[in-house]
Each structure stands twice: as C-alpha cells, then as structure tokens.
Design a protein around this ligand. Structure first.
Ligand SMILES: *Cc1c(COP(=O)(O)O)cnc(C)c1O
Length: 391
C-alpha cells in the first residue's frame, strides 16, 4: 500500500522504549499524559502502547478526552483534571474516570453528580503550589479541604490522590521545584490531619521524572518524554526516541531558470538555474509559515532547503542544479528521529522560538497518522485497532 501523501508515522515501539527509559529513572508508577490526542500522536493507540509497556494509569486534561479513550476500548485507570462549566461529571463517574478537582465549586459539582448517580466519585485534589494556573488557590484551600472531609465521610467521594504541577521542571536545580514539593506535602499533611489522606501523591512531569527522582512521590506524569522529545533539550535526549515522523511525497520535480521567484510574493529567487520539488504540506497541516525559507527536508538521506513561502497546502524545496537524484514519488522527511542528520521537531521549534511540544501537537489537517510497532493487545485483553486514521 502506498503511504499517504502527507504521513505522520507513529512508532509505538518507540513509545514502549520511552516508557522503559522513564521507568528506569523513577521508582514511582507512571501515568503517561495523553492530553491533546496524545500530543498529536493519537490517544487510543498510544494508550494501548503505554499500558502494555507497563504504565499504571493515564492522565488527560478533559473528561471528553477520557471518555474518548473509554470508547476506544481503553479501560485503564484514567484521570481528567481540566473542566469547563459544561463538564459532565456524571458521565465521568459512570465511566470510572477519576476527577481532578481545583476548587470548592468543582468539588460541589462532583459531589452532586455522585449523589445523583448513587455512586462514589474518585477525586484527585489538584493543588496550586506556585504555577498559578489551575489547582486549588491558597485562599480556597481551607474550604476545599473541609469539603473533601465532609464528602469523604458521606462517601460521595473517595480521595484517590493529591497532585500538583511544576513551574520549572526543566530547570532541575531551581529551588522552586523543591518548594513546590514541600507545599504539596503540606497540603497532604493538612488533609491527613482531618483523617482523609490520599491514596497517592504526584507532581513530577517528564523533566522531573528524568532529573528529580526525589520529587517522584507515588506516581509520575510524563508527557513529552513519552513521545520521545527531551523535556530539557539543554540536558540531552536521555536516550529517548522521537515517536512521530512527518513525511511527504514529492508531487512534482521541475527545472526553473536563474532569476525565477518561488511561491507567494517570490520571497526566494533562484540565484542560478535549479530544480525544485513540490511537497503537499503547508501551514494548515501544522507546518509553521514562519519556517518559510528556513526549514529543510531529507530526501533519500540528503538534506534540501525549503525555498519560498510555506503555503496553506504546499511548499517547495530546492534540489539544486542536478536535481539531487530526486524523483516524483520519493518521500521527503520533514521531521523525525534525527537519525543520519535528519531534521527534527526541535529544530523547527528552535527556529521560531517555541518548544517542540507545540510542533508535534500541532500536526493536523491532511496529515494521516499511520502506526508501526504496535504492541501486543493491552493487558485487559481487549484488542485496540491500530489502523490508519485521519490526522
Ligand atoms: C501536560 C501535563 C503534564 C505533562 O507535562 P510534560 O512536560 O509534557 O511531561 C503533567 N501534568 C499536568 C498536570 C499536565 O498538564
């Protein structure tokens, strides 16, 4: 079968490898973070891969993301921690999704949903220890803590966990990391004094899992490292393997004369007679337009520069006067593992002043995901189809 014209190939054996790398750095159990459709890699397929590689639970942002995993046949423990006013706590409780709670208001809504369902909700309190994003604010702590004690006593909820999120995990030596750990421990101690200790405590993200084992507590929540990207590129790649390879088919090869401008506004003009190739990848697929005239691709192991504007659907690369031996139907790697000097998502990110998280989670549009290195059926025995799907 021919590969899709624009393909995001997801190597699930690399996911399994990355889980092993993470587990080798921590005694904590792993809760891979699969929010945003597994950072653009496909949540159901990645979920099956991480669970068969030994992960304990899965974390996502929203209840909708958790329910999509359930529909995909994933019955691993799931936690969702970001809720709008329309969040369906009842559906989460029915589907056995643990609910992260960041305010007394959310706790009240969860308790009401549990009462309506006639079931006990599994709750993880998310404490703001310094990020000032979601998480229980300091001035709401006492009310939340007392509410957790009351709701636990009446068995509307069971306190499964207490969690927080780091501000500067990618700077392992920064004192804020330890301070956040202490604040988290204080919150746990405060709950224990009321007789409602959590079953588990967690704060580590990818960076802390790899560099601060002392912050691991019971569970670690790595995201980006699962996908093989270093959470702290300055500190190295930790032996992680990038999971996504974005490649495009060469749609045409044509000769252009010296002086010919290429693509909108002719931002690049051929300095001498040359050959250019057309690729079906553009900013609607997640190739940043800001990379115009900056990115490079690998075709048959050789590097060629993009010339002219990256458009919505297309871009052009310069093959040089001799055409570089490139033919219609060859494949251009836009980014991948970086093996043999190939381009990487980190290279794109650094060129435009962002992080590779934004690059990989932004691949979309016409990019079709395909999966290789599929794991054995997930531990509960259900088989999760690992088939090509729309990106
Ligand atoms: C996204 C996220 C993570 C994972 O962070 P990485 O830097 O990708 O490892 C962990 N915990 C929470 C609460 C998150 O929102």
């Amino acid at each position: 079968m021919n590969s899709p014209a624009l393909e995001a190939r997801i190597d699930l054996s690399a996911v399994a490898h990355n889980i092993e790398v993470l587990q080798a750095h921590t005694t904590a159990a792993l809760m891979p973070v699969l929010k945003a459709d597994a950072y653009g890699h496909g949540a159901v397929q990645v979920a099956a891969a991480v669970m068969s590689a030994g992960a304990a639970e899965i974390g996502v942002a929203t209840i909708d993301e958790a329910l999509a995993l359930r529909r995909g046949g994933i019955d691993a423990p799931l936690l969702a921690w970001l809720h709008g006013s329309s969040a369906d706590f009842g559906a989460a409780i029915e589907a056995d999704v643990q609910i992260g709670v960041s305010s007394p208001r959310e706790l009240t809504a969860v308790v009401e949903a549990a009462r309506t369902a006639g079931r006990t909700a599994s709750v993880t309190v998310k404490v703001d220890t310094g990020l000032a994003r979601n998480g229980v604010a300091a001035d709401e702590w006492d009310e939340l803590r007392d509410g957790v004690a009351t709701a636990s006593a009446e068995q509307s909820i069971v306190l499964r966990g207490v969690m927080s999120h780091l501000v500067r995990g990618d700077e392992p030596g920064h004192p804020l990391n330890s301070l956040q750990g202490e604040r988290l421990d204080e919150a746990v101690a405060d709950l224990r004094r009321l007789g409602v200790g959590p079953e588990i405590v967690h704060i580590a993200n990818s960076a802390a899992t790899l560099t601060r084992p002392d912050l691991s507590r019971d569970l670690a929540r790595p995201g980006i490292a699962v996908y093989g990207r270093s959470p702290a590129p300055d500190l190295g790649d930790f032996g992680l393997i990038p999971v996504m390879t974005l490649s495009a088919e060469v749609l045409s090869v044509k000769k252009i004369p010296a002086g010919q401008g290429v693509s909108y506004s002719h931002t690049w003009t051929a300095p001498s007679d040359t050959t250019v190739a057309l690729l079906p990848a553009g900013y609607a697929d997640g190739v940043p337009r800001l990379l115009s005239n900056t990115l490079r691709v690998h075709i048959n192991g050789r590097s060629f520069p993009n010339v002219g504007r990256v458009c919505m659907d297309q871009m052009v690369v310069d093959l040089g006067a001799d055409g570089g031996g490139v033919e219609v139907g060859d494949r251009a790697v836009l980014f991948g593992t970086g093996e043999h000097g190939g381009p990487t998502a980190l290279e794109w990110a650094e060129a435009i002043g962002t992080i590779d998280y934004e690059i990989v989670s932004g691949i979309r549009g016409r990019a079709v995901r395909t999966y290789v290195g599929a794991p054995a059926p997930i531990p509960n025995g259900r088989h999760t189809p690992v088939a090509a799907g729309p990106g």
